[in-house]
Design a protein around this ligand. Sequence first.
Ligand SMILES: [Zn+2]
Length: 279
Amino acid sequence: MPLVTLNEILPAARNEARAVAAFNVANLETLLAVFKAAEEENSPVIIQVYQRLFNDERAELIAAMTAKLAEKTAIQIVLHLDHGTSVEQIKKAIKIGYTSVMIDGSQFPLTENIELTSQAVEIAHKAGVSIEAEIGHVPFGNGKVELSSSEEAVKFVSHTNVDALAISIGTAHGFYKEAPCLDIKRAREIGAGVSIPLVLHGGTGVPEEQLKKAIAYGVTKINLATELQDLFLRGAACELKRNEKKFMPIDLCFKPVEKRIIEYSKIKIKAFRQATFSS
Ligand SMILES: [Zn+2]
């Protein structure tokens, strides 16, 4: 089936208190592994591509491969631009076949974020593409966490008409030095204030119990980038080491790596889908 938007899969997931995994792929092998995992689990999946890959042909080539894979399957696949930086980049993503985009104005004050996001929403919706935006700030590297508030979320959603909202409740991008402690009370307040699907960036390394609580309060899309990409690179390094003295054809070297990523992705898809909350 053709690629779908977030709107075909996330609102239903939020109603049923489950989440859909969003995997950051960066090449053929990671794309194929995530696709196979979703097929094996018969589950919808969000395939996302980080904005840097839009600086050359990569994002477009991944889009063509993803559309081809989607043609062959009955599972719903969303192809999403992750951390879009500008309206121009949103336009480019739509032009090359992305069915969903994120505009990230989280580094700006709320008013500017609303302004930028509103422009991007208009463009995306005109093209039939779904759009995610972020309030508060989920940091990269040593950046500072800025938590999102319920008041901000209500204001932001009513002013922008965005389809999904990334919130900052204690996660960060990259590996954690120690396991994070999510602000679940904040998630509950935000979830009570806005009914659209909420998004959690920095899903790598967050204890499953915490994720399940966040899902119960409306987190519906969980982004996984660091762990998947690290698994790919370390897997490849491990294969090379194992075959140190021999030539390894690229496809054969990546085969066992692909298998590991399929297993990893299936575990995440299952965990988010089966999330139930009891307390
Ligand atoms: Zn992110």
